[in-house]
Ligand binder design. Structure first.
Ligand SMILES: Cc1ncc(COP(=O)(O)O)c(C=O)c1O
Length: 369
């Protein structure tokens, strides 16, 4: 017997979405950068690392591929928390880990940023923040960045239930000095300040050095960028043990095992191989400088970047059209249809061959019309 098509049986239900929880109707989900299935692309749209992970990471994952996969992983990922604590000179009780920093951030929004007073973040920032606000019903206020896209900490001195921003910021790449972060921490003792350091290893100094002095500071990081492990999904937060306890309470009410055995083994190895980390991060930083120089020769204006991407515009050319033209030539970059930044392209720093392909293609496009 062939089963009738579900759409024939349930047409009205599908149309009305009447089984959805009320919150689902209100959600505006995050749209991640495209992961195209086409081969031979110059893929510079999601800030992945152009270099592979440490060979020690691959060995550690291989070694973990055994009969032991029938067993659950350590729900507390103690080995990994210890490795991170040793790396940053904190205690394991100050460390939280999760399935990518997006998951860590989601728990932070629910555990620490859901208050009657509004959450503050910049008007131009990581577009997942307003999505979490929608999911958890958190009121938020977007604080405009300055004209030059720098973040003025004095603008955040207003009643709030928390403050969050990336440092360096995304998608601008601009870095806020640690002294400014400390200035704000000292003046905002009644709410948590989250510094999202997804890109810190490409040119900034981590605020983790401040966590023992400021119980209201929580720093998040990811292994997706500077440690080339976007596919493994590992993120972390470092802060006062009481902030971490709040995150553990939410995590253990959601998923006890966010990191699988392979992720824990690979992440531990990633922190152990400092040489690979240093080598690849310096290569990206050097390429970033070359890329900014080459773009300048083509007439582009690029914001100062401390990240593994740059934010650039051409004074005579439309941003959306440039992104579309690059795409036709199989070069993918990110363009945001958002006011203030719709003339910019966010371009991930690639390896020298990818960067050369980008520059050659842009040169052709600019010469064509
Ligand atoms: C500012 C910022 N924070 C967090 C993330 C999430 O990283 P992941 O979930 O891969 O750890 C990203 C990813 O692009 C990001 O740009």
């Amino acid at each position: 017997m062939t089963l009738p098509n579900a759409e024939l049986i349930y047409p009205k239900i599908r149309a009305s979405h009447r089984y959805w929880s009320p919150v689902v109707h209100r959600l505006t989900p995050y749209v991640p950068g495209e992961q195209p299935k086409i081969s031979q692309l110059v893929k510079l749209n999601t800030n992945e690392n152009p270099y592979g992970p440490s060979p020690q990471v691959l060995d550690a994952i291989q070694a973990e591929l055994s009969d032991a996969l029938r067993l659950y992983p350590d729900p507390n990922a103690e080995r990994l928390k210890q490795a991170i604590a040793d790396y940053y000179g904190v205690t394991p009780a100050q460390v939280f880990v999760g399935n990518g920093s997006d998951e860590v951030l989601a728990h932070i929004f629910q555990a620490l940023l859901q208050h009657p007073a509004p959450l503050l973040f910049p008007d131009i920032t990581y577009s997942f923040y307003p999505v979490y606000c929608g999911l958890y019903g958190i009121e938020c206020i977007a604080i405009p960045l300055a004209e030059d896209f720098s973040l003025r900490v004095a603008d955040y001195l207003r009643p709030n239930g928390g403050i969050i921003f990336p440092n360096p910021n995304a998608p601008t790449g601009c870095l806020l000095p640690l002294a400014d972060i400390e200035w704000l921490l000292a003046r905002n003792p009644d709410a948590v300040i989250v510094i999202d350091e997804a890109y810190i290893d490409f040119g900034g100094e981590t605020a983790i050095v401040l966590v023992n002095r400021y119980p209201n500071l929580l720093v998040t990081q990811t292994l997706s960028k500077s440690r080339s492990l976007a596919g493994l999904r590992v993120g972390l937060a470092v802060g006062h043990p009481e902030l971490i306890e709040a995150l553990e309470r939410v995590k253990n009410s959601f998923n006890s095992y966010p990191l699988d055995r392979l992720a824990i083994a690979g992440a531990v190895a990633a922190f152990a191989d400092r040489e690979h980390f240093e080598h690849t991060r310096q290569a990206v930083i050097a390429s970033r400088m070359e890329l900014i120089g080459a773009l300048q020769k083509l007439g582009f204006e690029t914001l100062p970047s401390a990240a593994n991407f740059i934010f650039t515009r051409h004074p005579q050319r439309n941003g959306a059209e440039l992104a579309a033209a690059l795409r036709e030539h199989r070069v993918i970059v990110r363009h945001f249809r958002q006011s203030r930044i719709d003339q910019f392209l966010r371009i991930t720093v690639g390896n020298p061959a990818q960067n050369a392909a980008l520059i050659t293609t842009l040169g052709q496009i600019l010469a064509e019309c």
